[in-house]
Each structure stands twice: as C-alpha cells, then as structure tokens.
Design a protein around this ligand. Sequence first.
Ligand SMILES: CC(C)(COP(=O)(O)OP(=O)(O)OC[C@H]1O[C@@H](n2cnc3c(N)ncnc32)[C@H](O)[C@@H]1OP(=O)(O)O)[C@@H](O)C(=O)NCCC(=O)NCCS
Length: 156
Amino acid sequence: MRIRKAKEIDIPEIVSLTQISWEGATIAELLEKKYGIIGGKRWYEYKGEEIKSFCKNNLDKVLVAEEDNKILGYATYYIDENRKVGTVGNNAVHPNFRGRGIGSALHKKVLEELEKAGMEIALVSTLEIDKPAQHVYEKHNFKEFARTIHYSKKLK
Ligand SMILES: CC(C)(COP(=O)(O)OP(=O)(O)OC[C@H]1O[C@@H](n2cnc3c(N)ncnc32)[C@H](O)[C@@H]1OP(=O)(O)O)[C@@H](O)C(=O)NCCC(=O)NCCS
C-alpha cells in the first residue's frame, strides 16, 4: 500500500469509494434517518457530490491510499495560511480494508503535509458516534477541546 497525491483520473474512484464508505459517519445520514429522503437524493449521493467538488477545486490537498492500482482510502485537508491552522478534512477507507492501518497512515501523511506547509496547529472534528475516527485521532495525540451540538427542525 502506498500513499500518494490524488490525480484528476482518480476522482471517479474516490467518489465511488465515498458512496460506500461513510455509513454511520455523516450528519446527512442522521438527517435522512430522522426525516426520510431529503431533496430527492440519498445521503451518500450528497456526500459523493461534496467530495467530487472538493477534489475538483483542491486536488493538491487530496491524498489516496493505493494498492494493486486500486484506491482503498483517501484523506483531504485544508490550509489556513493566515492563522497557520491546518484542518484534516474528509477521510475514509473502504469497509473491506479497515483495521489494517490505512486510515492511520493517511492521517499521518496529512499531518506531515500540514507541517510541511508551515501550519502550527492541526484541527479535526468528528461525530460522537464515529468511534473508529476518534480512536485514530486520539492515537495520533489529538486532544479534545470543544464539542458542537447539531439541532434540526422541520419547516412547513
Ligand atoms: C475512520 C476510518 C478512516 C479509519 O480507517 P482504518 O483504515 O480502519 O483505520 P486504522 O486501521 O488505521 O485504525 C482504526 C482503529 O480504530 C479502531 N476501531 C475500530 N472500530 C472501533 C470502535 N468501534 N471503537 C473504537 N475503536 C475502533 C481499530 O481497532 C483501530 O485501532 P488500532 O490501530 O489501535 O488497532 C474508517 O473507519 C472509515 O472510513 N470510517 C468512515 C468514514 C469516517 O468516519 N471518516 C472519518 C470522519 S471524521
């Protein structure tokens, strides 16, 4: 398995991987569970669109984990040059390849990229239900410092 920068040609594979990898880890899925299908599309289609758009606009900030010419996972990041704060973005590993250290390897590489870019602080956030992600972040010595609460309300 190797980690490399994503290329334009990888985008469709990253999007398909997105659609099968985010169960139990998005607000969009929680909303769909609460209200039913929203806006005519499934939560994973929205997630795929979000990642596609990020890749199109920020391909240099997308890393992929590849083995035998297949993309098994990816991680994105953001850089705030002014504040010198880097943020770990969306990251996911194919469900069949979890628990092999791929998520951790991607995460480590993102942190290296943030350091290389001169960032002083790294941020990452995740849902309370997403225990594997929390485990990975805490394993890399991230410390919790705040919580967010998500409210929703049905409009007429
Ligand atoms: C988070 C994610 C990327 C991790 O990928 P991965 O390749 O399995 O990661 P790793 O193998 O490096 O590490 C997973 C760790 O989580 C642990 N883990 C798995 N399920 C767990 C659970 N329910 N509770 C606590 N820890 C758990 C594993 O034991 C492993 O820990 P270890 O390295 O100490 O043994 C993957 O679970 C995923 O794609 N999740 C869906 C998308 C997502 O949630 N992304 C993060 C959004 S913030």
